[in-house]
Design a protein around this ligand. Sequence first.
Ligand code: NAI
Length: 505
Amino acid sequence: MSALNSKALVAVIGAGAMGAGIAQVAAQAGHPVKLYDNRPGAAAQAVAGIDRQLGRLVEKGKLQPEARETISARLQPVEAIETLTDARLVIEAIIENLQVKQQLLQQLEGLCAEDCILASNTSSLSITSLAAGLQRPQQVVGMHFFNPAPLMALVEIVSGLATAPAIASTLYDTAKAWGKKPVHTRSTPGFIVNRVARPFYAESLRLLQEGAADCATLDALLRDAGGFRMGAFELTDLIGHDVNYAVTCSVFDAFYGDFRFQPSLVQKELVDAGRLGRKSGQGFYSYAEGAERPPAAQLRSQASAECCVVEGNLGALQPLVARLRDSGLAITERAGNGLLRVGDATLALSDGRLASQRAREEGLRNLVLVDLALDYQAATRIAISWSADTTAEAREQAVALLQHAGLQVTGIADLPGLVVLRTVVMLANEAADAVLQGVGSAADIDLAMCAGVNYPRGPLAWAEQLGVGYTLRVLENLQASYGESRYRPSLLLRRSAEQGANLHD
Ligand code: NAI
């Protein structure tokens, strides 16, 4: 362990939302902390705010009153940057502007000791650029907290080209000692989380644009089948469309317009209209007083299901069979190609082809495709789509079967990869490319997505569970359907599939 000694002075510059949160985290970990802001009085105000936050923890019984006093006593607001000379670690959380941050780092280099670590909480600027031109660029490192810093566990430790490995590892160990979950990453656009998360928003926006279903239905599917805390529309309404759209544009530009990161016209229109989400009272949803969230679309079948036939291994859909059995259905199992038959209907897990295409290519009548679920035992809702020639009766039978097992069934337009499946494979694809390009290890990337944005499972672990070969096939089918480089599979997925290797190997 090379963590900074907990008695070492930590200086935090910028007493806004992030700086105050970071100062609180460091003080709670035992460090004396100096907080500086160039706006007179801002640091003192922030320290008073932190004390109130700690007071709330005391009220909730999560902190002893004496601990509140001790922690608050460690926090010292200062009005002059020259008072930070004895800091061992400086974390800047000032405005997101390259020149202003560079000037600040230059000034700090002149003020602080040679071995002082200069960390930046930037979420979008290059650590390499921030350090360029400094005398000691090896001391500069990214320490990217998530908002609110006292609550969010993830910290991305970002190394620029010149960052000394020992500095990154000290900061990693220090973040761990502060009770955080750090990950190592390189200074590349979006670091880990803001890069790998892009498809989460992008696929829902695209599905909406292509008329798959409405926002409430797509959100419900990501929550109730995908196990995500929120769907993409309610989440971007919360984040603010101006902020979320700006991050997408900056990542897209930074990757020289790679279509994987292409921003959405649907979201741009919201921004243009000033419908920024919760904060403006209207985004995809209305936040006007008394406004109600529209319900998710649901199919209801009058047919009854009593038995079904499972042909071969259903792959990731297999756990559904136990749920069907538990619901009292009679199940016959026989050899076959991974199909589930009920009445005239044939059900299968989507493989990224359109239902109509697959029905024709495989000669399947009345084909109904089923979406991926995080856990088919626990899911409360599932999406289906069907081929153009599937009869209404067959569809009713398929819905009745899923309803029998207690699932709410949502029908969506015939689009490749349905909702959860295409979102998950695209997340895994981006994560795989990030591993391939050395942005982070597979373990760190999965951890980052779970601890930073609360994903129910790391995208790479999810792809492994789905099967690396299957994930690759879904992406190939998506790419063939759209003919766009946006869906091109990562070489890492192809190589791992060829080698029969896992992504964490
Ligand atoms: P904020 O606007 O709430 O606070 C910034 C503070 O820095 C203000 O109090 C301002 O007076 C002060 N400041 C500006 N220029 C300064 C200078 N030259 N010297 C000293 N103080 C200065 O901003 P926020 O949201 O706290 O963000 C700060 C940094 O953290 C940015 O780099 C941002 O990209 C990054 N970040 C923000 C996250 C968020 O969700 N808000 C999440 C992760 C990182």
